[in-house]
Ligand binder design. Structure first.
Ligand code: SAM
Length: 294
């Protein structure tokens, strides 16, 4: 734990700083700054931050949540794309010696190296009020690049949180649900209304914690093929698995193979992806892999 008690996280102070620096919001960067101390406390609690943790914050804005994180954690690296926010961050975080600020697009930052250099390669925690225009690439990037992660606790659009958490049979269930649940256990910690942000977003938001599995819950012999099958089967939602997969010839899984493997698994040949669990997708892909056409 280091530095002063956080002073940001209310509308007055945020407006004062924005005026002082004549800050102009950039719509293209998804800038909606948190102005509610209760929500900030909830995020820190949901992320289970302790003095042992090293945290990466994506998009610190004016440093509001960064103060809370720096106060609770061993150290923080905050990655911000907007050049205009860097002098503000240097000012609002001046009292915290355990914070590094990086001016960069998070999609271009090697987070594995940060975990290596700052945390001896041990799993880090990612915490963010995400820019909504790149929520999925950021989260999937963290998982697919195999950054050592303990958890990812993020503010996202409410509908996206619901999709990440959904199971088979729900209207929200899809490729994102399966991809997230392959890597992590999702838990929605809070719903957050638009008035907790400046400016107010046009959508509701939610804080979701993804506790990263040490080992995936299913064994996929070919991860890329598993995700290819999942994506193809949700591309056209109402399609059966056999038609969905036949539409993506690169997968090399014929209609005949699909029907035969489904039958071996005791499933109907006309099953839709939306009715299949992660375990069933993994088993299907492992069995079908041996019968692929080149
Ligand atoms: N954390 C702050 C808060 O809660 O008040 C700001 C959150 S705001 C929703 C998203 C932040 O992400 C903005 O500061 C924005 O400039 C930054 N951002 C947007 N795209 C980014 C990117 N590709 N890499 C790093 N930061 C980005």
């Amino acid at each position: 734990m280091a530095g002063p008690v956080p002073s940001l996280g209310n509308p007055q102070k945020t407006i004062e700083i924005l005026n002082q620096y004549r800050f102009v919001f950039q719509k293209k960067y998804g800038q909606n700054f948190l102005i509610d101390g209760h929500v900030l406390d909830k995020i820190i609690r949901a992320a289970e931050i302790t003095e042992e943790d090293y945290v990466v914050e994506i998009g610190p804005g004016i440093g509001t949540m960064t103060q809370y994180l720096a106060y609770a954690a061993k150290g923080v690296t905050a990655i911000e794309i907007d050049r205009a926010l860097i002098p503000i961050l240097q000012d609002t975080l001046a009292g915290y010696e355990n914070v590094d600020i990086i001016h960069e697009d998070v999609l271009k930052v090697d987070l594995k190296r940060i975990a290596e250099e700052k945390n001896g390669g041990r799993p880090i925690k990612v915490v963010a009020n995400l820019p909504y225009y790149i929520t999925t690439p950021i989260i999937m990037g963290l998982f697919e690049k195999h950054v050592p992660l303990a958890s990812v606790t993020v503010m996202v659009q409410k509908e996206v949180a619901e999709r990440m958490q959904a199971g088979p049979g729900s209207k929200d269930y899809g490729a994102l649900s399966l991809a997230v649940q392959y890597y992590a256990e999702p838990y929605v910690a809070a719903n957050v209304p638009p008035n907790c942000f400046l400016p107010r977003p046009g959508v509701g938001s939610a804080v979701i914690r993804l506790r990263v599995h040490e080992e995936p819950p299913v064994k996929a012999e070919n991860e890329a093929l598993l995700f290819g099958v999942i994506r193809a089967s949700f591309n056209q939602r109402r399609k059966t698995l056999q038609n969905g997969l036949a539409h993506v010839p690169e997968l090399g899984i014929s209609k005949e193979t699909t029907v035969r493997v489904l039958s071996e698994m005791g499933l109907s040949g006309s099953i839709r992806g939306e009715a299949m669990t992660l375990e069933q997708f993994a088993e299907f892909t492992n069995r079908a892999a041996g019968c692929r056409k080149d």
